[in-house]
Design a binder for this molecule. Structure first.
Ligand code: SF4
Length: 326
């Protein structure tokens, strides 16, 4: 029997805990710990697209930052192509930075407003030691890849002279210009006008497929994740609630939190109603999460065991679920 392929990304019991409160309150023992990521385990195969889904504050952006080593995990281990991120330093870290890229949420905050588009795209090439004579060609190629027509016309413009959709394509081009293997896209269309979102998403999907990129797509919007990703990981208060094929999760969600997210997706028909989020708005204060299952104070199915014991993430059919009901 052939061995399963080695994952490109391997996350084992990852944690990102940090202390909040002033130095004075810490001295008095009144500071508290926020567990932005708390015991998260998953693997990603090369070429896979995985959505990290959840409400604001669920830990999905923190998880993305850990994967890119923009934050240092306070526990557990994250590996990329077999190498532990915690051990990457100097030239090895520089190589990882070229292979693993972030596409930012807000394109206007992702670029220096004083840099032309040429300078914006030349910067990563220069940092990577690409000779000056090669840079202009690579810049044009990257802008063509993200389907900006007649790319030369943009090179001497400044960010404020581009529309949000055009600038997000430039941000995407910058992330792709060093030909990465792995991309984390953090809500890349949430700041864009609805009318241009589909175009940018189509470019993202097209580029991902053409380059066989491994991608993490962070979003609070299940419909967008469904459009972009074949697999979805649902997070809540720093933990994974459900992980499996996106279509299975959308058609038959198992975890009560996933059920609530699916029920809240608007139905694109004026005569059909959809259930409002049946769990009330807002996750609890992350400094003071419930005991046992972190979802229990919003869960309509909670029972005694849920307060005493945190459910492990266990296999359930095509996916994994963290709930005592499975
Ligand atoms: Fe609800 Fe209990 Fe399952 Fe948590 S473990 S999701 S509280 S039923």
């Amino acid at each position: 029997m052939s061995k399963p392929p080695k994952p490109l990304v391997s996350v084992k019991d990852a944690q990102l805990h940090y202390r909040v409160g002033s130095a004075f309150s810490a001295m008095r023992g009144h500071s508290s710990v926020v567990k932005a990521v708390d015991g998260v385990t998953f693997e990603i195969q090369k070429g896979e697209s995985v959505g990290l889904l959840g409400e604001s504050g669920c830990g999905k952006t923190s998880m993305g930052r850990l994967l890119l080593k923009l934050e240092e995990a306070t526990g557990g281990e994250i590996q990329f192509a077999g190498d532990a991120l915690s051990g990457l330093k100097g030239p090895a870290l520089k190589r990882y930075r070229a292979k693993a890229q972030l596409i930012f949420q807000n394109p206007f905050e992702a670029v220096n407003p004083r840099f032309t588009i040429r300078a914006t795209l030349a910067e990563p090439l220069e940092n990577a030691g690409i000779p000056a004579a090669e840079r202009e060609g690579r810049i044009i190629e990257a802008l063509e890849l993200v389907r900006l027509p007649q790319p030369q016309q943009y090179l001497d413009r400044y960010p404020h002279q581009l529309s949000g959709g055009q600038l997000q394509r430039v941000v995407m081009a910058r992330a792709l210009i060093l030909q990465p293997d792995f991309v984390v896209a953090d809500e890349p269309v949430s700041m864009l006008d609805v009318s241009v979102r589909a175009g940018v998403l189509n470019v993202f999907r097209d580029v991902r497929d053409r380059l066989n990129l491994t991608a993490i797509y962070i979003s609070h919007d299940l419909a967008l994740v469904r459009y972009v990703c074949e697999r979805t990981i649902v997070m809540y208060l720093g933990r994974i609630m459900e992980d499996g094929p996106t279509e299975d999760i959308v058609r038959e969600p198992l975890h009560p939190y996933t059920k609530a997210l699916v029920a809240a997706v608007p139905v694109p028909h004026p005569d059909q109603s959809h259930d409002p989020l049946p769990i009330g708005r807002g996750a609890p204060d992350p400094r003071n999460p419930p005991s046992g299952c972190v979802f229990r104070d919003r869960c309509p199915l909670a029972f005694d065991r849920c307060a005493k014991e945190a459910p492990a993430l266990r296999p359930a059919g095509s996916r994994k679920v963290a709930c005592h009901l499975f």
